[in-house]
Write a protein that binds this ligand. Structure first.
Ligand code: 8YV
Length: 329
């Protein structure tokens, strides 16, 4: 009998076919932004694959046969890793394949915000360009400026490469641990958070969402930034106190912000972020190119099938789970 699997994200046809060849696939409401209720299916399920589903103790209490939970994303703040490990369930994600694409998006956001590209696009298309352009439409330079990166992981490093080689920027970074290769190769300077905030022209948050990073950036941090600073968030909305960001933008304590992620997604229709001229927004699509989303889905399917066979998936998160299963043998 094929193992039962829950799929709650869209997969390219050939990957769905591969999954269906090996598993009994139960697909869920793919279009809805609300989480599907599949509690009645959990009892028999051995694998879960998709993006963003909250997998916590409550869900796991219904899933006694579960072996693998496969995120189609690099972030895994939706998974209770300790609980999964305790229960001997493998958790996997999709690192590396999305690094360059996400760094491209973040850099695009940075350029769009500094040079006000979406606003100026609207200016032309709405017929406002009737005469010579005036100073009120000018942006600020990116090249040779100071870029502060909070979270120098794979994506942070890829952003730093673009900034260093392409834009001759000076890189400051704050991270849990030193990234000596970025220091050597990109001339990146390790700084305390406060010093990074005070010196940077662009502050870019790329840290993972864990309990210690919730509200990492708020009123105090915005006040430490330059009044000319541009703030970029390409990681997770919860790292930033969004009300305090809005206040900082409205009061011009910072110049502007470029955002791919929000507290609430999709962004609440009432959010002032929708109306602020000094904000550029994207709908959480850092990794969303056809090529990269295919690679992510492919890696996720590979992770799932390997895990279901009892083999080690290529991007296993909780390696302790292997020790546990050896002990149980
Ligand atoms: C995901 C992301 O694709 O990988 C991540 O952590 O943020 C994106 O690349 C996104 O979470 C899917 O909705």
């Amino acid at each position: 009998m094929k193992p039962k699997v829950i799929l709650y994200s869209r997969l390219p046809d050939d990957l769905l076919e591969r999954l269906e060849k090996n598993c009994d696939v139960q697909q869920y409401d793919l279009e809805s932004s609300s989480e599907p209720d599949f509690s009645h299916d959990l009892r028999e399920v051995e694998g879960i694959i998709g993006s963003g589903l909250k997998v916590d103790r409550e869900l796991l209490n219904h899933a006694h046969k579960l072996k693998v939970v496969t995120n189609i994303s690099v972030g895994y703040n939706n998974l209770d890793i300790d609980e999964l490990t305790k229960r001997g369930i493998m958790a996997t994600n999709t690192p590396d394949v999305l690094t360059d694409t996400t760094a491209d998006t973040v850099f695009g956001l940075l350029l769009s915000t500094a040079r006000r590209i979406p606003e100026l696009d609207h200016y032309v298309k709405s017929g406002q360009w009737k005469d010579k352009i005036t100073e009120d439409l000018f942006g600020v330079d990116v090249h040779h400026k100071n870029l502060g990166i909070i979270g120098m992981g794979r994506i942070g490093r890829a952003i730093a490469e673009r900034a260093h080689y392409g834009f001759k920027m000076n890189i400051l970074y704050y991270n849990r641990s030193r990234n000596t290769s970025a220091e050597k190769e990109l001339n990146a300077e390790y700084a305390s958070m406060d010093s990074l905030l005070a010196q940077s022209d662009f502050v870019c948050v790329m840290a993972p969402l864990v309990p210690e990073t919730v509200n990492l950036i708020g009123k105090r941090e915005f006040r430490l930034m330059k009044k000319s600073a541009i703030f970029i968030n390409g990681s997770r909305g919860a790292l930033v106190n969004e009300d305090e960001l809005i206040e900082a933008l409205e009061n011009r304590e910072i110049l502007a912000a470029g955002l791919d992620v929000y507290r609430e997604e999709p962004l609440n229709l009432e959010s002032p972020l929708r109306h602020l001229k000094n904000v550029v927004t994207l709908p959480h699509l850092g990794s969303a190119t056809t090529e990269t989303r295919y690679k992510m889905a492919n890696l996720a399917v590979e992770n799932l099938l390997k895990g279901l066979k009892g083999e080690t998936p290529p991007s296993l998160i909780n390696h302790d789970v292997l020790k546990l299963s050896e002990w149980n043998r």
